[in-house]
Ligand binder design. Structure first.
Ligand code: NAP
Length: 287
């Protein structure tokens, strides 16, 4: 890799460290002001290895920032009603400031219904309909952590958004849709693509900014990328692979996120920072 290639990389790991430091300062202020430690409840249903690893990573980062992590583990046989009851209890527990339901939940559990049991004030992972509505309307909200983390990365690298053409590939409720809303709010002209989109390479080739959130390893081809475009790879697939064919895409892009070390660390840092913000709001502390 040459120096100019290195300069093209958007270092999510470095920015995540900064965000976690800021979160730790917020936690300290809350503790000093009201003698309360911000707490994030992580709810894990079943024992899917990837989900278990993600939850552990989140708990570790919590500790690093001084946030208390309260681990709730439920069996794979948990019913939707039992999960909703657990989440409702956490919603009513004044010692809990943020609730993260690790997803996907096992088949047979109604994930959407479980998400909706999270009060918007504690929805630090940004998964509820209430949060997405607020994001769409440009109201204050804890945005879904992956797109919110991407917005922070774009700001850090001073990527101009107003008036630019952005293509988001993927329309999931936690990634593609909130990403599109956040980019629209930042005055980009946004095209959202999905599995029924025709002529995807031609659409991507028009974009100044491409966000790949597809869930297919190396799906976005390097020669689709307009020279000088900014490429954000939100994908995380087995074998540490993103949704973008990184090496060829890097040749065309002016800036690109690596996988790992790009979007992933920003997602977790945003979760922790939003937990500190939720605690401040719930405890009446002005940060
Ligand atoms: N780094 C992180 O912290 C983080 C967090 C969350 C997710 N992720 C990663 O981000 C990626 C997307 O996650 P997700 O939860 O949004 O996935 P998802 O719910 O499976 O959504 C994937 C989206 O990609 C679209 N798609 C599938 N095949 C396509 C094709 N051939 N052409 C165009 N679009 C296509 C789907 O279209 P339809 O709607 O038409 O089916 C869907 O909208 C995954 O790699 C995931 O691991 C990373």
């Amino acid at each position: 890799m040459t120096t100019s290639d290195t300069n093209k990389l958007m270092d999510g790991a470095a920015l995540a460290k900064k965000v976690l430091k800021q979160a730790a300062a917020k936690v300290e202020k809350i503790q000093l002001t009201v003698s309360v430690t911000p707490a994030l409840a992580t709810v894990l249903v079943g024992s899917d290895p990837a989900s278990t690893t993600y939850v552990r990573m989140k708990q570790k980062r919590c500790q690093a920032a001084g946030v208390k992590s309260v681990a709730i583990e439920m069996s794979a046989e948990t019913s939707t009603d039992q999960l909703i009851e657990q989440i409702t209890n956490l919603g009513q527990d004044s010692s809990i400031h943020g609730i993260l339901l690790q997803h996907p939940v096992p088949d047979g559990v109604n994930e959407r219904a479980a998400f909706e049991a999270i009060p918007v004030t504690k929805d630090v992972d940004g998964v509820t309909a209430g949060t997405l509505g607020r994001v769409m309307l440009g109201m204050p909200a804890f945005g879904s952590c992956t797109p919110a983390g991407i917005m922070r990365l774009l700001a850090e690298y001073e990527v101009p958004l107003s008036g630019t053409s952005a293509v988001v590939i993927g329309r999931s409720p936690i990634l593609g849709k909130p990403m599109a809303a956040m980019l629209i709010n930042a005055h980009a002209t946004v095209t959202v693509c999905h599995s029924r989109t025709r002529n995807l390479p031609e659409i991507v080739a028009q974009a100044d900014l491409v966000v790949a959130a597809v869930g297919k390893p190396r799906f976005v081809q390097g020669d689709w990328i307009k020279p000088g475009a900014v490429v954000i790879d939100a994908g995380y697939n087995e074998g540490n692979l993103g949704d973008v064919d990184f090496e060829p895409a890097r040749q065309h892009a002016s800036l690109i996120t690596p996988v790992p070390g790009g979007v992933g660390p920003m997602t977790i840092a945003t979760l922790i920072d939003q937990t500190a913000d939720a605690a401040a709001a719930l405890e009446g502390v002005k940060l």
